[in-house]
Design a binder for this molecule. Sequence first.
Ligand SMILES: Nc1nc2c(c(=O)[nH]1)N[C@H]1C(S)=C(S)[C@@H](COP(=O)(O)OP(=O)(O)OC[C@H]3O[C@@H](n4cnc5c(N)ncnc54)[C@H](O)[C@@H]3O)O[C@H]1N2
Ligand code: MOO
Length: 449
Amino acid sequence: MNEPDFDGVDEALALVGRAPARLAEPRPPGHRDTSWPQARALAARAGGGATPRVRRAPLGAALGRILAEPLTALTDLPSFDTSAMDGWAVAGPGPWEIRAGDSVLAGHGPTPALPDGVAVRIATGARVPADTTAVIRSEHARAEPGRGDRPGTAPSGGHLHARHEVVPGQDIRPRGQECRTGDELLPAATVVTPAVLGLASAAGYDELATVEPPRVEVLVLGDELLTSGVPHDGLIRDALGPMLGPWLRALGAEVPAVRRVGDDADALYEAVAGTDADLVVTTGGTAAGPVDHVHPVLRTLGAELLVDGVRVRPGHPMLLARLTASRYLVGLPGNPLAAVSGLLTLAEPLLRGLAGRRAPEPCRAPVRDGVHGHPHDTRLVPVVHRAGWAVPLHYAGPAMLRGLAAADGLAAVPPGGARPGDELEILDLPWTASTAAPVPAPAQGGCFT
Ligand SMILES: Nc1nc2c(c(=O)[nH]1)N[C@H]1C(S)=C(S)[C@@H](COP(=O)(O)OP(=O)(O)OC[C@H]3O[C@@H](n4cnc5c(N)ncnc54)[C@H](O)[C@@H]3O)O[C@H]1N2
Ligand code: MOO
């Protein structure tokens, strides 16, 4: 490729400059790469076209999964008129004669209707007797003992006086207040959180229909990679194997194992041809070096290249291939930040579709400092959120993870760059929701959550 200066920009911009943005130059003709927005849309379409596998699982096994169908109420909630307080059920105007006998407790069937002028003790959560006008909480009522009541026993035969005005319906939760049978409580594609489990249980569910997580196999290429110890003799540590498994799981995938296949074309062919995963993610070997085997292996397999290079820095050699009607391969470049760029550009939207998840609301934030742009390509730059600003981080070169490890997200810098105050799209990292500091709402809100 005849763009040494532009590629050099990526390295130079590992330290973020403050120069004013340059205007985008026209793309040289004949370039085959896909634009960054197109690549994301293509990956999302490929994932969204798949038919998700659905499984009915007991509530306890559904946590973190995606609802395959809407959650509709199997009952009215509450399913009967319920007392909201411990106190007295009363009918008609007071004072009321206290009905002798047991209190009305939670968990019991219907009790006899309440005639006007009568009160009966009732517990929070109990079914209110038919014809009850209101519930008066204990502290708002005064019970006058009847004859024969012993101290410490429930008064009976005495009278009940309200200390405050009684409003009809007070402290009664009417049947169906929260929902009616058949109401849609949550749409399909909702993530099953602990709160969803609670709601599903309250609404009568024993099990939930959820989308089976897509299975992803990670193949780490490269003979130069060590799995332990300090880099030596030209060998380096594998930074991607330890990162990609948990990252892909955070995106809703099942990742049984990360395999290292070295720079062996036959081993790569065998691994890809024999996989039963929905998605194979490879790292390294996407460029045109002597041991870059991803393209030749895909050709031998007859795979269809949906994306072959993306106009994004770092990570432009990333690719997306269809292996069979329902299996995909995402080739991530070997440089670690370039691999993350491929993960967010291609693997994330593809997996979102395969996992049945909804697209997140796009999130934008103003960038505090000017950011150099690539002349033709989008740049992804690690940023932290500070007082409503996205602040670009240093150490953002293609081979570096130092900036990313401190980041809250990646800002998409358009071709030509950004000036201070420009609103940029921010890609959240899957863990930022739990670590982000409270944010004074930026212009468009929603980032880092
Ligand atoms: N002639 C050209 N050479 C390169 C181009 C180009 O356009 N023309 N693009 C460069 C860019 S940009 C990238 S990104 C890389 C992509 O290369 P590959 O996907 O083929 O990756 P490798 O060559 O295998 O590795 C690149 C680099 O990353 C290191 N690496 C690989 N795997 C890991 C890992 N798991 N953990 C840590 N580091 C890893 C590897 O040692 C290399 O240093 O190609 C450029 N070349
Ligand atoms: O610029 Mo590459 O895409 O090093 O990452």
